[in-house]
Design a protein around this ligand. Structure first.
Ligand SMILES: [Zn+2]
Length: 120
């Protein structure tokens, strides 16, 4: 009997059961993880962690993933609106930015996120 690592329910083989075994990315898909493991999390817990932990990590790593061009197992990194150090509003996304500006834009995006975090 294999149990879910989080809820400790027995992992089901019935696809209609919410505690059915699932494919969990070892590194989250949002940061380029492609390898998966089964027999670790039930579908319900995998879904919950995807909406909470993985979503938070994806948001925090979004600019870096766009700048270095992380390829996901499924889907693509969503575009991100940022302001350059020169005050220009641009959208980071695949093929949308001049490579010579990447570091300037990344530094500005990080500084802005920190500033917003310090205000709250
Ligand atoms: Zn579970």
């Amino acid at each position: 009997m294999t149990q879910c690592a989080l809820c400790e329910e027995e992992l089901s083989t019935d696809p209609t059961n919410k505690h059915c075994d699932s494919e969990e990315h070892i590194f989250p898909n949002s940061v380029g993880g492609q390898r998966t493991v089964s027999g670790f999390l039930c579908r319900s817990c995998n879904s919950t962690t995807g909406e909470t932990w993985d979503a938070e990590l994806a948001e925090q790593m979004q600019a870096l993933c766009l700048i270095i061009g992380v390829r996901r197992d499924r889907g693509t990194t969503p575009p991100l609106k940022v302001t350059t150090t020169e005050g220009e509003n641009i959208t980071l996304g695949s093929g949308l930015i001049d490579h010579s500006q990447k570091m300037t834009v990344a530094a500005r995006a990080t500084a802005e996120k920190k500033a917003v975090g310090q205000r709250s």
